[in-house]
Design a protein around this ligand. Structure first.
Ligand SMILES: [Cu+2]
Length: 66
């Protein structure tokens, strides 16, 4: 199990958090996603996919990484 922390820019409301949460949770091997709106910090527990895949998914959903 890998634990990846990403700093994300562009989330403005809980809708953004929910969107991103479902995008990340849908990836194979992602077992837990915790996103904090205030700090923009997303913590992801995952196997199978790499941190790069997680970053691509965040950007693909229209958010930016810091
Ligand atoms: Cu929003």
């Amino acid at each position: 199990m890998e634990h990846t922390t990403l700093k994300i820019e562009g989330m403005t409301c809980m809708g953004c958090v929910r969107t991103l949460n479902s995008v990340l949770s849908a990836l194979p091997g992602v077992s837990h996603v915790a996103i904090d709106l205030e700090s923009g910090i997303a913590k992801i527990d995952h196997t199978l996919v790499t941190a790069d895949t997680l970053r691509d998914a965040v950007e693909g959903a229209g958010f930016e990484l810091v």
